[in-house]
Design a binder for this molecule. Structure first.
Ligand SMILES: [Zn+2]
Length: 88
């Protein structure tokens, strides 16, 4: 799990996601399934009780607090959906 503070921390993960192009499946708002090297990982994007945006992924890298490309891929979808909700 990591806390999303600014976009620069995602840059490398986004570059990797663009290269590997994982499949992102919508489960429900804030919950996505992303394809990885060993099947699908679940990514959960939400705001915690302190108002921090947190991202969780079930892969090994995210367990260690790394920003993985699954998270980056899911976040790009999540941010787009969040924007739509705000303007709706
Ligand atoms: Zn991951």
């Amino acid at each position: 799990m990591f806390i999303l503070k600014d976009k620069t921390q995602l840059e490398r993960a986004i570059a990797k996601a663009k290269k590997l192009r994982p499949r992102v499946e919508f489960d429900r708002f804030g919950r996505y399934r992303v394809s990885g090297s060993k099947g699908y990982y679940t990514v959960i994007c939400r705001k915690d009780e302190r108002g921090y945006k947190t991202v969780e992924c079930t892969c090994k890298g995210a367990e260690k607090g790394l920003v993985c490309y699954h998270s980056a891929a899911a976040l790009s979808l999540h941010i787009g959906l969040a924007r739509q909700q705000q303007t709706a």
